[in-house]
Ligand binder design. Structure first.
Ligand code: NZQ
Ligand code: ZN
Length: 389
């Protein structure tokens, strides 16, 4: 394994009823005014808002509402949140939602405490923290990104057409409450997309050097099998607590830095998806589902040994009568078949890309990631986009 330093500062409370049990006590620690941050209203429909607000009021907290955080949160929304937090002297940000809400909150936690040019200093390039961001706690309602246990905030700058992030450990939420029951109401298509995002995080790590026997790859294989198995179960029965709780913890495990230890990681597919998102606002997990099989067909030969291992360890494909090349390709095709099985889109057209979309410009806007088995060029990214169209 490569060298590493590991720390994860988020305290996780997991299980049915954990919000009722712990939120009041946690809020006690952080002053009088809580900014309750959420998305387009799912938490108002499923009762989570009432439960959370009731607990906060019961603990004597003043609540400032910050609503309407959109999927693929924008820089403009971040600035709005930072201003609101400052105006009301907020002492704790509480994000209740999926990755978009959590990411927006992390960015707001910086915006609320920083006077300079936020985008230039923290998203265009890695930033320097000579201050403490506003404390943040999260309540996860959609499992997928793992944002609850890391310091990344993926933000879209609509004017510059860039969707990007850096990992800031100082932005890890102070606490994360994970009640799998809160995810029961996530619609099936969204559950499939977000679960595919989990799989993608694991694959983007697994398919990178070093490939010698290492703990991270072994954990990754177990997690990939878990996502596949539990998503299948949850599609059959969305209220299966065991399946939803496994998916929820799979998501956290995939992005809490654990499986990246000692690995270089790839994440080229994420970069391509993020830039597609910056231009088209497509959903993150769905975009990844379209790109992954095509990207992997492009790099399969370069990472042949690992793709063959993926085929046998993750998909249970027998190596009997197959060359290593055939086994590797069978692994990629098993992944493509799974994407069809769970009903995700398989073309960019289905995500809103049209003949008018300038795929060349989008391809050109993608930074090239160094950890791939095969270093991409902008020409090859364009070829991948065209094959996905
Ligand atoms: O906005 P509301 O009304 O709440 O509805 C949301 C939204 O429409 C809905 N939803 C969430 N919980 C629900 C629910 N609907 C019913 N019942 C519930 N319990 O789900 C929809 C999607 O939510 P969103 O937060 O956008 O999805 P996701 O969790 O997939 O987050 C995607 C964002 O996270 C970023 C992505 O780029 C994207 O912007 N990512 C963040 C990462 C990180 N910080 O580590 C890593 C990822 O790779 C990813 O890039
Ligand atoms: Zn992702």
């Amino acid at each position: 394994m490569d060298h590493f330093v590991f720390e994860n500062s988020t305290k996780v409370y997991f299980g049915k009823g954990c919000v009722r049990e712990y939120l009041g006590g946690l809020a006690e620690v952080y002053g009088d005014t809580v900014m309750l941050c959420y998305g387009g209203g799912s938490i108002k429909k499923n009762g989570v808002y009432d439960e959370v607000a009731g607990i906060l009021e019961g603990a004597g907290k003043k609540i400032v509402d910050f609503s309407g955080i959109m999927e693929n949160p924008t820089y403009r929304k971040v600035l709005e949140g930072g201003k609101l937090a400052r105006e009301h002297g907020v002492s704790l940000l509480l994000g209740v939602g999926g990755g978009s809400v959590m990411d927006c909150c992390k960015a707001v936690s910086i915006a609320a405490r920083y006077e300079g040019d936020l985008w230039a200093d923290f998203w265009e390039k890695p930033g320097v923290f000579d201050f403490e961001p506003l404390p943040l706690g999260v309540i996860v309602t959609a499992a997928g990104t793992g944002s609850e246990c890391n310091g990344s905030a993926v933000i879209t700058n609509e004017e510059l057409k860039i969707k990007t992030s850096h990992e800031y450990p100082v932005c890890n939420p102070r606490f994360a409450l994970l009640d799998p029951v809160y995810t029961f109401s996530v619609p099936k298509h969204q559950m499939a997309a977000s679960s595919f995002d989990i799989l993608s995080h694991i694959m983007e790590t697994y398919f990178s050097e070093p490939d010698e026997d290492n703990v991270s790859d072994d954990i990754s294989e177990a997690l990939m099998r878990s996502v596949i198995r539990n998503l299948r179960t949850a599609i059959q029965n969305p209220r299966d607590y065991n399946a939803r709780s496994n998916l929820m913890w799979d998501a956290t495990m995939a992005e809490n830095r654990m499986i990246k230890l000692g690995k270089r990681t790839d994440f080229m597919c994420h970069i391509m998806e993020q830039q597609l998102g910056a231009y088209t606002n497509c959903g993150h997990g769905a975009g990844l589902g379209v790109l992954h099989p095509v990207y992997y067909r492009h790099i399969c030969e370069a990472g042949r040994k690992k793709f063959a291992r993926f085929a046998s360890q993750v998909w249970g494909i027998s190596s009997e009568g197959k060359t290593e090349e055939e086994l590797a390709k069978a692994g990629v095709e098993a992944l493509a078949a799974f994407i069809r099985e769970i009903g995700l889109p398989t073309t960019l057209r289905e995500l809103g890309v049209t003949e008018q979309t300038d795929l060349k410009e989008i391809a050109g806007s993608c930074p090239i990631m160094p950890g791939s088995y095969k270093r991409m060029t902008h020409g090859e990214i364009l070829a991948i986009f065209k094959e996905c169209f």
